[in-house]
Design a binder for this molecule. Structure first.
Ligand code: JHZ
Ligand code: SAH
Length: 386
């Protein structure tokens, strides 16, 4: 597999980086993980392609989250909020606007610069236990530690957990949100797995890791963004009582079999069936003379495209609104990435919606496509045509 966000120019094809992607579940802590992953420097650098604020819906989602967390967990005396993986400032901009002392830790310097332009204070580095100790010496302890769609990008989870334990005030709260294992299994959403997404967390697995560092989950809250995300609330052991929602979710994970090897064996088989179905569908539509394009050059799409063997003969290009991805080629399969204008001009009959997690936002925008009978091909849930 190539790196999901590594969009290339033709002169980079010859030296493209590939790694061997194998997925496993730990029998001990129950963490689903990609076994061998590229070095962090290869993924997070000065030309990181993902700008979180490209989605209006996500921007609103994180505004609502920020308001809620501000009201509940930021203290009146010496308030301080830390976010890691703050990217272009999609969440922290709300704290900056409210005048709350904050620090964003973001190693990808190009997106970090975009955050700085929004008046956000940034440390452009990788967060770990050492960074946490440095932050405490310079700024003191934090009320709130936020990380969304980032914890699964960091191989050394133990160092992050140790860092959070150092950083938080005694009643401080960590809030983490990312794609939920239960949804990935249920929807055969295997594209949630790629180099950056090296862990897909559950309540059980995340708690097992943080328990080693004197911390625990005390509450959870599910939402439907990014294909189904869990928001985990963590604290120093015993600082807050366990919520009923947490107890209910733990029981649900047991009944879903998230600790049983057979669940993952079924998931593997479903991935293979899903691959066969999308390839058969694309070949059938092509045989009928359809013009098929891709929509959303997501990091996730690298997994679908390269696992299934989709080429530019089947999907002629992928449309994406991110300037940093446009006029480049997709990792591995080298399908051209073009602007949204190219999508409009293409008069495509079908579009593989690689950004299926933004279905509502995109479907609402593409009225003209739907009005002339255009169909979305959804690569998850065993392949749907909508
Ligand atoms: P989207 C990224 O994954 C990378 P990706 C990362 N690893 C992660 O964890 C998640 O985000 C959170 C485009 N688009 O959000 C913009 C349109 O063209 O599914 C993006 O390139 N038109 C950090 O890449 C892509 O689609 C639109 O209307 O899988 C969406 O990427 C919209 C809404 C998006 O994440
Ligand atoms: N929080 C945003 C962006 C997630 S993208 C959202 O929810 O949409 C993940 C970000 O994590 C990237 O910007 C990447 O550069 C950053 N990242 C990767 N490793 C990190 C680490 N060790 N510490 C802090 N940030 C990291």
């Amino acid at each position: 597999m190539p790196i999901g966000n590594a969009f290339l120019n033709p002169d980079q094809f010859a030296d493209e980086y590939f790694y061997h992607m194998q997925v496993a579940v730990c029998g001990d802590c129950h963490t689903l993980q990609v076994v061998d992953v590229p070095d962090p420097d290869q993924m997070f650098h000065d030309h990181y392609a993902y700008f979180a604020s490209t989605s209006r819906y996500m921007t609103e989602h994180f505004r609502v989250m920020a308001e809620d967390l501000m009201a509940r967990y930021v203290s009146e005396t010496n308030p301080f909020v830390v976010e890691i993986g703050c990217n272009d400032g999609i969440t922290l901009q709300n704290f900056a606007r409210a005048g709350i002392p904050h620090l964003g830790v973001e190693p990808s310097s190009n997106v970090a610069d975009a955050a700085r332009e929004k008046g956000i204070r940034i440390l452009s580095d990788f967060f770990n236990a050492k960074t946490a100790a440095d932050i405490v010496s310079e700024h003191g302890h934090a009320d709130l530690f936020i990380t969304t769609n980032t914890m699964h990008h960091i191989e050394d989870t133990n160092s992050v957990a140790a860092g959070v334990a150092i950083l938080l005030k005694p009643k401080g709260v960590m809030v983490q949100e990312d794609p939920y294992l239960g949804n990935m299994i249920e929807d055969t959403a295997y594209d949630q797995l790629y180099a950056e997404h090296m862990y897909i967390w559950s309540v059980t697995s995340l708690n097992n890791v943080f328990a080693r560092h004197g911390m625990e989950i005390f509450d959870v809250e599910w939402n439907g963004f990014h294909g189904g995300c869990m928001r985990y609330f963590l604290c120093h052991k015993g600082a807050y009582p366990e919520s009923d929602r947490l107890l209910a979710q733990r029981a649900k994970e047991k009944s879903m079999g998230l600790g049983r090897p057979e669940t993952f064996e079924t998931f593997r088989k479903n991935c293979e069936v899903s691959r066969e179905r999308i390839m058969n569908l694309l070949h059938d539509l092509q045989a009928k003379g359809q013009n098929i394009v891709g929509y959303g050059a997501t990091a996730k799409s690298a997994t679908v495209i390269n696992y299934c063997g989709i080429t530019d003969k089947l999907v002629s290009f992928i449309s994406d609104t991110t300037p940093a991805k446009q006029n480049k080629y997709s990792p591995g399969a080298h399908i051209p990435v073009k602007s949204h204008d190219a999508f409009t001009a293409s008069n495509a009959d079908s579009a593989v919606l690689f950004a299926w997690n933004h279905f509502n936002e995109i479907n609402a925008k593409e009225k003209a496509f739907r009005a002339r009978g255009g169909k979305w091909i959804i690569p998850v849930r065993m392949v749907e045509v909508v």
